[in-house]
Design a protein around this ligand. Structure first.
Ligand SMILES: [Ca+2]
Length: 371
């Protein structure tokens, strides 16, 4: 029997010792990786920061997150990473990049960290894979060698920070094992790095506090249609099968953030205007990546915030409605859900998307991260 599953708001971060240190600059505290941030200290900072973080006067334990992403393809990974960096509730213990040209994805994450003064966060690179694209609901190995995505230009030649030598899968295994039960593994791309980590250590996910994954399609698919193969599941079917094996063996405490609560969550033109004109290093990074993505994806203007929604679940579980049951992946990369069945996972099937977008935009507007 596995431990009780998550439900919205059921696992709030606990409170820890309250300290007041007026000399603490929160963002520098964040950069030093301290486990506690002090809201009271923020009252002496900008009104914007105090407005967001200064409501309670309590010190809050930060949630340790290992972020596995495929930044550089769709634009939502960039918004997700920005939201993670801008959120004092989160302690980002590391970033792993996966899928296709992984060596070109890492500099995007590294430059965003550099621009925001968060150089200490390690970035680890997963193995390269073929690029799989979604056309008509079917996977296509369109490129044996993946193309150079437009977004890669933003960090082309960037060498102020380097990715770590340790491969992504080894980093996941070692990091989770070093702090069993403490770290949330957040995956927002194909699960190649997770699959590789499971190959190294079949019990690796038991060491996670939980796994939160933008993954699957339960009752609705893209553009509000019927459930279908979700890209993160089908883009690396072999790794998805390994991940599914660990879940079915009861070896992973998973919260699924499927298309049902992500595909319709979009950043409209008015919100983009606010965000992209803000002019901080973080919003400028996102704006540049949006520009390049927009240039590449000529038929798309409005970002769908799939991955940022998964971050939103960590920050604001009160905005989500969950159901619990068994999630399996079939041979066609469909995610099937049996409510109430074991092994039980949590599946997000409802979201207050208006509040999520408001909170996300506010969070990105009110940060002042810089080198
Ligand atoms: Ca992604």
């Amino acid at each position: 029997m596995k431990p009780p599953r998550l439900s919205g708001g059921s696992r709030r971060r606990g409170r820890v010792d309250f300290r007041v240190d007026s000399r603490v600059d929160f963002w520098k505290a964040n950069a030093s990786g301290k486990a506690v941030w002090v809201v009271a200290a923020l009252l002496g900072l900008s009104g914007a920061s105090a407005g967001v973080f200064g409501q309670t006067g309590d010190a809050v334990e930060r949630e340790k997150v290992l972020f596995d992403c495929d930044i550089g393809s769709d634009i939502d990974d960039a918004y997700a990473m920005a939201l993670l960096l801008a959120s004092p509730e989160i302690e980002l213990v590391g970033i792993t990049v996966g899928h296709a040209r992984t060596g070109d994805r890492a500099p995007l994450a590294l430059r965003m960290l550099r621009e925001t003064g968060l150089d200490h966060i390690p970035v680890h690179v997963g193995r390269q894979t073929p690029l799989v694209t979604l056309r008509d609901g079917k996977p296509h190995d369109q490129f044996a060698e993946a193309p150079y995505n437009r977004q890669f230009h933003w960090a082309r030649g960037f060498d102020e920070l380097e990715p770590r030598e340790q491969p992504a899968a080894e980093f996941i295994v070692g990091t989770l094992a070093a702090r069993p039960g403490e770290i949330t593994l957040l995956t927002v791309g194909p699960v190649t790095n997770v699959g590789d980590a499971l190959e190294l250590d079949p019990d690796v996910l038991r060491n996670a506090k939980r796994v939160v994954s933008m993954y699957g399609s339960i009752r609705s698919g893209y553009n509000g249609g019927e459930a279908q193969r979700e890209w993160n599941v089908l883009a690396d079917a072999a790794s998805s099968k390994i991940f599914d094996g660990a879940v079915q063996a009861g070896g992973a405490d998973v919260v699924y953030i499927p298309l049902d609560v992500t595909d319709h969550v979009r950043l409209d033109a008015d919100r983009r205007l606010h965000l992209h004109m803000r002019g901080t290093p973080l919003t400028d990074a996102v704006t540049s990546l949006y520009s390049l993505w927009r240039n590449e994806e000529r038929d798309q203007t409005t970002p769908r915030l799939f991955d940022a929604v998964a971050v939103g679940y960590l920050l604001w579980p009160d905005l989500f409605g969950l159901e619990h049951g068994r999630v399996t992946v079939d041979e066609q990369s469909m995610t099937l859900f049996e409510p109430g069945a074991e092994p039980s996972s949590a599946v997000a099937l409802e979201i207050d998307d208006a509040k999520f977008i408001q909170r996300m935009v506010d969070r990105l507007l009110e940060q002042n991260l810089s080198r």
